[in-house]
Ligand binder design. Structure first.
Ligand SMILES: Nc1nc2c(ncn2[C@@H]2O[C@H](COP(=O)(O)OP(=O)(O)O)[C@@H](O)[C@H]2O)c(=O)[nH]1
Ligand SMILES: [Mg+2]
Length: 323
């Protein structure tokens, strides 16, 4: 049998140094790419994505843990699965003052067919026991698939489960960059297969369009301190040279949930900064958030019209206020 990389799941090979799965010697467990990622935090892009063939293997009775980061709450593909426990990760980045039940009720309004919603933080070990017990309880087929967008925190969560409930010496590669996990990785715990998967294709993530330094800068590692602005009339805001927001309103507050320290500045609307980017128009945003995938969400209260400029293909969407 071909040996797989224990970090990303790719089949190991010794022939092509510039291709995925390279090792100089098949005794090694980590491919060159995972080794560099792990020890030097170095990012090597890859375009592999085998998610479709993986999804085909999931049977209706297999338990699916659908993982979404609380920064995005992107549940685009959730209806493709029959037995789903929704896990909202990275609880540590949202302010403690927010009540978990409020977030759960928000999700419930959409009437997804879910066994349960569990809010966790792999970093803080928050609610991991509760999640694990629920997985054991609802498991029927001994296959539990972890599915979700790339960088939602699937591999980190499985590593947490490994370290909490097993004596295995295994560590799946995790990173803030897209496409870290390349193939399925099967971890057997008490006869149950915990199956990590590459992320779902997520063209809307801003991480596809910015370099690794910027990805690092925008990736929240601890509690976000939201910043509130009072807006009136018209004006322009720049978020870190990534997003331009032109607004027209009477009077409203705007609260930005973004990694701490990212500069947000008001500029003269006549300036042309970032106008070469793709424009999206939003009319009458009211008690709604704007979500810019993998960058931030912005809460508005009173009515406002927005023109938002950012890279082509970055997902910019509106939703009812989460908070
Ligand atoms: N703040 C925070 N970051 C997390 C948490 N879990 C994962 N991350 C980060 O999210 C990024 C993506 O994690 P990873 O597990 O590789 O995501 P995957 O692509 O879904 O497997 C990494 O930078 C992780 O450190 C968490 O509970 N809290
Ligand atoms: Mg992964």
């Amino acid at each position: 049998m071909n040996k797989k990389c224990s970090g990303c799941g790719i089949t190991l090979q010794t022939k092509y140094k510039d291709k995925d799965g390279y090792v100089d010697n098949l005794d090694k467990d980590l491919c060159y790419r995972c080794f560099r990622q792990k020890h030097y935090n170095e990012w090597n892009k890859t375009n592999i994505n085998n998610i479709e063939s993986i999804l085909d293997n999931i049977k209706d009775n297999d338990l699916v843990v659908y993982v979404s980061s609380l920064l995005n709450l992107n549940l685009e593909y959730i209806n493709n699965f029959k037995k789903v426990i929704l896990v909202l990760t990275k609880r540590d980045i949202l302010p403690k003052s927010i009540i978990d039940d409020k977030i759960k009720n928000y999700i419930k309004k959409n009437n997804y067919n879910l066994i349960d919603i569990i809010i966790v933080s792999s970093f803080n070990n928050y609610n991991i026991d509760n999640l694990y017990n629920n997985l054991i309880k609802h498991n029927k087929t001994n296959n539990i698939y972890f599915i979700g967008n790339t960088s939602s925190g699937k591999s980190t969560l499985i590593n947490k489960i490994i370290s909490n409930y097993t004596t295995l010496n295994k560590d799946i590669t995790t990173s803030m960059y897209p496409n870290t996990t390349l193939e399925i990785i099967n971890i057997k715990i008490n006869n149950i297969n915990f199956i990590d998967t590459p992320g779902l294709i997520n063209k809307g993530s801003i991480t596809n369009y910015i370099d690794s330094k910027v990805i690092k800068r925008i990736n929240p590692k601890k509690e976000i301190k939201p910043i509130t602005y009072q807006l009136s009339n018209t004006g322009t805001l720049l978020i870190d040279n990534l997003v331009r927001i032109d607004y027209t309103c009477n009077k409203t507050s705007m609260t930005v949930y973004i990694n701490n320290g990212i500069p947000i500045k008001k500029i003269n609307s006549n300036r042309n900064d970032l106008k070469e980017y793709n424009k999206k128009e939003f009319i009458n945003i009211k008690n709604e958030d704007i979500v810019i995938e993998d960058l931030c969400f912005i809460k508005f209260t009173n009515s406002i019209n927005l023109n938002i400029y950012t890279y082509n293909n970055v997902s910019v969407t509106r939703r009812d206020n989460l908070i």
